[in-house]
Design a protein. Structure first.
Length: 133
């Protein structure tokens, strides 16, 4: 709870990198882990998915460091993960081999290329323009 309150009082861009501002997200993950085995409700799972998808439309990049969009989107993820049953059609789509393959490839590409782009931006700030991306 303190982490959420701390998030609301500080509007700096670097708070993404500090654990005290992200602790509430980890605690929500722990709560999901315990509740996932108890509750199942496909309607709430669908509502959670709608909240997550609407977050892409409603929130823009200027709101990236604000706490409210994060709370709303993570509440949708919370509903989706906790209340989903294993045999629902939505669960079969989400857990399909093709979507998992695409997700694994895209995340691996992100992990590989993001440091390269970051180091290039740091290097480029020093005035050397060897390559343009």
């Amino acid at each position: 709870m303190f982490s959420i309150l701390l998030n609301g009082t500080n509007q700096t861009d670097d708070k993404f990198y500090y654990i005290q501002f992200r602790l509430w997200e980890f605690m929500l993950g722990v709560l999901i882990m315990f509740l996932n085995k108890i509750y199942k409700n496909n309607v709430l799972k669908f509502v959670g998915l709608l909240i997550v998808l609407s977050s892409f439309v409603v929130f823009d990049d200027s709101m990236i460091n604000q706490i409210e969009p994060k709370l709303i989107a993570l509440f949708g993820v919370f509903l989706f993960l906790v209340f989903g049953s294993d045999n629902s059609i939505l669960n079969l789509v989400i857990e399909s081999k093709s979507l998992n393959t695409i997700g694994n490839i895209s995340f691996s590409m992100y992990l590989l290329h993001q440091p390269i782009f970051s180091f290039y931006r740091i290097y480029d700030e020093k005035g050397s323009h060897i390559l343009k991306i």
